[in-house]
Design a protein around this ligand. Sequence first.
Ligand SMILES: [Mg+2]
Length: 271
Amino acid sequence: MIEESTPAGGRKFDAFFESLQAAPKRVLMLDYDGTLAPFRLEPHKAVPYPGVCEMLDRVLDDGGTRLAIISGRWIRDLIPLLTLKRMPELWGSHGRERLWPDGQYEFAEISPESTLALFRADAWEGWIRLSGGRVERKPGGLAIHWRGLTGARIDQIRDRVLREWGGIESWGGLDLRDFDGGMELVARGCSKATAVDTILAESGPGTVAAYLGDDLTDEDALAALQGRGLGVLVSDAPHRTAADVWLRPPQGVRDFLARWLRTLQGGEMNS
Ligand SMILES: [Mg+2]
């Protein structure tokens, strides 16, 4: 059973931060929505919780941590929300895109089958909007959002998505997945686990890593990290997860970042 804990105490956190202090390389991987920022009905208003950007700035200023934000959003939609002094490494569209701090951009190609199937799903937008939902297009994906709608409306949209999905599933190349607040069509080949595997492979032996995330799509990343770092579920209540510990947002996240900073500054032993 997952351990409920706070970064200020708890066996797993204590062991983790002890190893972090001695680590030659440190990696901090963070989901965005629901982890660093609250959910909003208007996603372009979902700015980070108070205090979070200041702490991320300090982690980046210190220079002793490879910091990556790993989101399901299109990177171009994520950047305006981050009021940071400098950009960390950003991964978008569930591991399909990467933007390095120096501006270099990488994108994993989408198969022709996935492209055709997504093109067909584009036609769903009209009825989704009429039902009160919202469509979010991103590279290699199409998210259907229903946050804020009544249960009956959500059921109506979900039922129709499943019916329509039956018509394009055979085109291949796409998966239909649930997330907190909707469903998403995602081109196969990339997930948040892609980002975790890539970063850990690049960082090499001796790396001490943590991943913080809240949603079903973060479970790919948390599963990829198992045995290689600390997986942290950010949630108001625990659920089935591959994480090692769970925190309540936003204070638990702030406490985690504060302890990370104290550790970087070598003050962990005195805290
Ligand atoms: Mg999230």
